[in-house]
Ligand binder design. Structure first.
Ligand code: NAD
Length: 461
């Protein structure tokens, strides 16, 4: 079986290499010529652990190649996986232009029977509309089937998730499509990955509802963080206690700066927009609240930082070290990154912001060139009045707070990810603030009560 993967971004490049690893002959197609040149050299143009080795192996073996020529893929493959972007468009709705362009260019160029498999995340009803379009465009004498196989890989774990998916969802309208997909994923199925075979709308909805659910869980705990901040509760212990209930579970109850990236924010908004189009906006009314809580966490950190800067000598133009730019660790993806959003807003307010991210400096600079980027964490921390921990890379958890105090000018840190060890920072004299909890300094007798507004803190100094 020969496979094409159309759209070789974070998802498509990983999927293409994964398909080659499973033993298929694969061609990857993209309109971005620079990306294709890089992939064809065996170089991954973004950060994804494990992918460079897999890509190089299969490019060198000849099992995996790349082209910008869609007609070449049309003549080559039995199955076309479509992995193009579906970014946020007007009014929050998904922009399907890239998807429509692929169908309009690919289908008339087909010279052999094939199955087109959508992997992009799309609003429910998209596949049914594409089926009609495909029927109109299909050349005479050729049979083209369409299936939807939503993707659940997590950036940072993409290779593992591609080769060992925790579930497979096949939205199909024919037994032939189901069996073709069973053949593609035979190794994962043999390994025990559960398969859900369903119709097209269910397959589309599985993906967006999974992301909406995860976003809801994050915003739920962040809403509780807001209440903790007002009352002196500790959201991290609250989450631990909730998580012991296995009907709830501890995962995705990490209170902090909220979700970001190329999927959750836009998928929540696209689901709201699609429900509105369907006349059923109230079905997902609660998602407005989910989105709003998420945005408010960013506001909280921006406001707190500006008030700290004003307090330390009324300098809103003081220096802020921003640790992290990617939307999460193990990724260089800065799409709708909470960290980069906070950094930009502080810069716009007049602060001198220096950003350091172990992997995302380059991608961040390409979208936020106005910010200053440091080559290493110490350079970012130098003379900082306030330190913001915004993406929870292991490198930041390993920092020596005493050493950081020597480099920085101020002694206030906001751990917006609840991922640092407060005891170490307090012991080194930091005014340690976190989201959703008052961090008590152990064995420090103080006459002043803990502050309980904004981010919470107790300074051991
Ligand atoms: P991306 O922006 O990294 O990649 C999309 C690629 O499609 C780009 O390289 C772009 O040049 C290419 N493209 C656009 N138009 C094209 C065309 N006409 N022909 C060929 N290539 C074209 O996006 P991504 O993160 O890989 O996401 C792709 C889709 O997968 C989205 O719908 C996303 O929601 C979904 N998804 C992503 C992830 C993830 O972790 N990134 C996970 C699951 C699902």
């Amino acid at each position: 079986m020969r496979i094409s993967v159309i759209g070789t971004g974070y998802l498509g490049a990983t999927h293409a290499a994964g398909m080659a690893e499973l033993g298929f002959e694969v061609v990857g197609v993209d309109t971005d010529a620079a990306k294709i040149r890089s992939l064809a050299r065996g170089e991954v143009p973004f950060f994804e652990p494990g992918l460079p080795g897999l890509l190089r192996t299969h490019v060198e073996s000849g099992r995996l190649r790349f082209t910008t020529d869609l007609a070449e893929a049309a003549a080559f493959a039995d199955i076309h996986f479509v992995c193009v972007g579906t970014p946020q468009g007007a009014n929050g709705a998904a922009n399907l232009d890239y998807l429509h362009a692929v169908i309009d260019d690919l289908v008339p160029a087909l010279t052999r029977n094939c199955l087109i498999v959508g992997k992009s995340t799309v609003p429910v009803g998209t596949a049914a509309a594409l089926r009609e379009r495909i029927a109109v465009l299909t050349p005479d004498g050729i049979t083209v089937d369409l299936a939807w196989n939503p993707e659940f890989l997590r950036e940072g774990h993409g290779v593992h998730d591609t080769l060992h998916p925790n579930r497979l969802v096949f939205g199909t309208t024919s037994p032939g499509a189901e069996w073709a997909l069973r053949e593609v994923y035979a190794a994962s199925i043999a390994e025990g990955s559960p398969v859900v075979v369903t119709n097209l709308p269910t397959a589309e909805l599985v993906k967006v509802s999974a992301n909406a659910f995860l976003a809801t869980k994050i915003s739920f705990i962040n809403a509780m963080a807001e209440l903790c901040e007002l009352t002196g509760g500790d959201v991290t212990l609250l989450a631990d206690a909730l998580g012991h209930d296995d009907r709830i579970g501890r995962k995705f109850l990490g209170a902090g700066l909220g979700y970001g990236g190329g999927c959750l924010p836009k998928d929540v908004r696209a689901l709201i927009a699609r429900a509105d189009e369907l006349g059923s906006g109230r079905s997902v009314d609660f998602l407005h609240g989910v989105d709003a809580v998420n945005v408010r966490r960013r506001d909280r950190v921006v406001d707190e930082t500006l008030s700290l800067l004003r307090r330390s000598g009324s300098r809103v133009n003081g220096r802020v070290a921003v640790l992290g730019a990617a939307f999460k660790p193990l990724s260089d993806d800065v799409r709708d990154s909470p960290a980069l959003d906070v950094a930009r807003r502080l810069h716009d307010a007049g602060a001198h912001v220096t950003v350091y991210d172990p992997q995302a400096n380059v991608s961040a600079r390409s979208v936020a060139p106005e910010l200053t980027y440091a080559a290493n964490v110490n350079a970012a921390l130098r003379k900082a009045d306030v330190v913001l921990h915004l993406t929870e890379w292991a490198e930041f958890a390993d920092l020596d707070p005493t050493e950081v105090r020597r480099v920085a000018r101020g002694s206030v840190i906001i751990d917006a990810r609840n991922a640092l060890d407060p005891g170490r920072w307090l012991a080194a004299g930091w005014d340690f603030r976190a989201l959703g909890r008052v961090v008590e300094a152990p064995a420090v007798v103080s006459s002043a009560p803990a502050r309980r507004t904004g981010t919470s803190s107790v300074s051991s100094a």
